[in-house]
Design a protein around this ligand. Structure first.
Ligand code: GLV
Ligand code: GLV
Length: 334
């Protein structure tokens, strides 16, 4: 039996790669940048499986160019770069990498909360730029307390819940907004449901953990930012387009809110001249919330596991478009 052909749009951690090569005919895009669309089209014309990243735009038009592709195993939890409807219609399975990155992403979310509240990045710059001239001073780089403050979590999924668990340790009051109310989690985590407007009005820190969909695009815009306290901070480790960046810039510039810590951007990489980067009350990072050695390795293992299940004729554990099962069975090729 010929081995299934898998195209990989970027190099993954080495160990899981070795495993993939044992089972599949693996071809890989070796550059650091994403493969051009032309290359992607050419490769998926012959591939049985595709390992994609969130930077690969797999829209309907592109998915219509392949008749061999059976599964897209995305190396991420978010799949907003993939047209799920077209994939499902064409019988293409889509999998992601949930769970393994939850705690790591929540850790980083907390790193951002603490950095923006306690001005960690600013303080580092302050010393390096030779500004520390007067020793200890009562009002030097004063920040805001995290403990005892109110945290508003928008989207209480796996990551949102993991952030709540950390916030409990900091003795924060925790509010959440979610599409559906989650009574069991309210009990387990001691979180209080609020509609979005109330959450925005009452929280000192607002952290976003929703997937990017048509409904959540610019969920936080001018009106919503206007509801936030002038002393409140916005933290985003979800997707950049959940926030209207232009409105955010205005709100920060006018002092309508106190600061923002952003790991994700409307356009990535965000251009150097993004005005948000000129604001001292913004902490910026380049979409790295899940980037720990442990987690990035586990994500690759997940990708391999999903492909292996599928090509053994079994439903992959992290199937996103579950309706596809009715359209096509997994392909038993190994
Ligand atoms: C990263 O943003 C992911 O979706 O895994
Ligand atoms: C993602 O893993 C989420 O459900 O928050």
């Amino acid at each position: 039996m010929t081995r299934p052909r898998v195209y990989l749009t970027r190099k993954l951690p080495e160990k899981p790669m070795e495993h993939l090569r044992k089972i599949f005919e693996v071809e890989m895009w070796k550059e650091m940048c994403p493969p051009p669309r032309k290359v992607l089209i050419e490769k998926i014309r012959e591939a049985d499986g595709l390992i994609s990243l969130l930077t690969d735009k797999l829209d309907g038009e592109l998915l219509h160019t392949t008749s061999t592709l059976k599964i897209i195993a995305q190396y991420a939890v978010g799949v907003d770069n993939i047209d799920l409807r077209v994939a499902t219609d064409r019988g293409i399975y889509v999998t992601n990498t949930p769970n393994v990155l939850t705690e790591t992403t929540a850790d980083f979310t907390f790193a951002l909360i603490m950095s923006i509240a306690r001005r960690v990045v600013e303080a580092d710059r302050y010393i390096r730029e030779g500004k520390w001239k007067i020793g200890w001073h009562p009002t030097m780089l004063m920040g805001r307390d995290i403990h005892g403050s109110t945290l508003g979590i928008v989207g209480l999924g796996r990551i949102g819940s993991a952030v709540a668990r950390r916030a409990k340790g900091f003795n924060m009051k925790i509010l959440y907004f979610s599409k559906r109310r989650k009574p069991e989690l309210e009990k387990e985590l001691g979180v209080v449901y609020k509609d979005l407007d109330d959450l925005l009005m009452e929280s000192d820190f607002i952290t976003l953990h929703v997937p990017l969909t048509n409904e959540t695009h610019h969920l936080i815009g001018e009106r919503e930012l206007g509801l936030m306290k002038e002393t409140a901070f916005l933290i985003n480790t979800s997707r950049g387009s959940v926030v209207d960046e232009k409105a955010l810039y205005k709100a920060l510039k006018n002092g309508d809110i106190a600061g923002a810590a952003l790991d994700v951007w409307e356009h990535e990489p965000t251009p150097n001249d993004n005005p948000l980067l000129n604001l001292i009350n913004v902490v910026a990072s380049p979409h790295i919330a899940s980037s720990s050695l442990e987690t990035r390795t586990k994500m690759a293992e997940k990708v391999a596991e999903n492909l292996e299940f599928f090509f053994k004729g079994k439903t992959p554990p992290d199937l996103v478009n579950k309706e596809v099962i009715k359209i096509k069975k997994p392909s038993k090729l190994i």
